[in-house]
Design a protein around this ligand. Structure first.
Ligand SMILES: Nc1nc2c(ncn2[C@@H]2O[C@H](COP(=O)(O)OP(=O)(O)O)[C@@H](O)[C@H]2O)c(=O)[nH]1
Ligand SMILES: [Mg+2]
Length: 305
């Protein structure tokens, strides 16, 4: 199955809901002001966000759709173009390439969004590109979290540095990065706990991990990847803001897009925060991570006839 088919299947819920909704609104050949307002409202309901919805409405209204053409198709084409223009600059297709030097990736995000699972999936793609990987089990909060990362390490056959439950995450990070350097690894992927109950603790934890990383390599962590769960809807926008205050985020990965009709949230995210979108999670298995491509996303999100 090619990447486009996977995108399509992953986005089926979002795409079918979106397109059938649009068909219910655009019922006449002519798109009058009332229909335009309904389209705008519908875009907002689809989690696209107020700013993007307003812009899209303005474009539809100014483009003077030819009444001889199928209006739904014409609106879809406008939407596709809009999404591609907005999101193409946020692609990071080189992210998974072979790295010559050691890169430290800190994987952040609140509890349950899919950090550990995504580390497994990222590791698999990086490894397939000839990179030597080391996992670092810095979610020491629960024994099950360490075990979960260990299972992923076994599944894709990479090394892992871990310690006992309750041990200091920063010391695990230090040990991981120094081991990776000694063994000429290309990537260290640092798993974290991400519990937000106490923001100060969380902030201290990320700062401490980042500081020990810098002791070994002053450019580390080279990437801070924030994992977001699509099923939480608009709240992901706040999470980006909150985490950016704790530690500057260099890339985003949106998970669980297979289980929701809220795929539009990616458009809101691109409009609000100009942070690169690395990949999309479309399932729980090791191959269910798709490198983000704006055009493929747009085509999958909008079902054209
Ligand atoms: N359907 C679906 N489930 C996912 C995806 N990513 C993660 N999950 C599931 O979400 C749950 C929490 O994931 P986990 O990696 O433990 O989250 P963490 O607490 O952030 O480390 C697990 O049951 C995962 O299998 C995804 O892209 N799609
Ligand atoms: Mg975890």
């Amino acid at each position: 199955m090619g990447i486009f088919e996977k995108f399509k299947i992953g986005f089926k819920k979002s795409a079918t809901t979106f397109t059938s909704g649009l068909k219910n609104i655009i019922v006449k050949k002519e798109i009058d002001d009332n229909t335009l307002d309904q389209v705008e409202n519908y875009l907002i309901q689809s989690d696209v966000g107020i700013d993007a919805a307003e812009e899209i409405k303005k474009i539809i209204s100014s483009e003077k759709i030819d009444p001889k053409k199928n209006p739904i198709n014409e609106v879809n084409i406008i939407l596709q173009k809009y999404i591609i223009k907005l999101m193409q600059p946020l692609e990071r297709k080189d992210f998974f390439n072979k790295s010559e030097d050691l890169k430290v990736l800190l994987i952040a995000g609140v509890n349950g969004v899919g950090k550990t699972t995504t580390i497994g999936k990222i590791g698999k793609i990086l490894k397939s590109n000839d990179n030597k990987i080391l996992f670092s089990a810095c979610d020491t909060f629960r024994a099950a979290a360490i075990e979960q990362l260990e299972n992923w390490a076994n599944k894709i056959n990479v090394d892992i540095i871990k310690s006992d439950q309750g041990s200091d995450p920063a010391s695990v990070a230090y040990k991981s990065i120094s081991t990776a350097k000694k063994n000429s690894s290309n990537y260290v992927l640092i798993d974290t706990a991400g519990r937000l109950q106490n923001k100060k603790n969380l902030m201290d934890e990320y700062k401490k991990i980042a500081n020990v990383a810098k002791k070994i390599d002053q450019n580390a962590p080279h990437e801070v990847i924030l994992i977001l769960d699509a099923t939480t809807g608009q709240n992901v926008l706040n999470q980006v803001e909150e985490f950016n205050k704790i530690i500057p985020v260099t890339g985003l990965i949106m998970t669980k897009l297979d289980g929701t009709a809220k795929g539009g949230i990616l458009i809101a995210l691109a409009k609000k925060h100009k942070i690169p979108i690395i990949a999309l999670g479309l399932g729980e298995k090791e191959d269910d991570l798709q490198i983000f491509e704006a055009e493929k996303f747009a085509n999958a999100f909008i079902e054209t006839n």
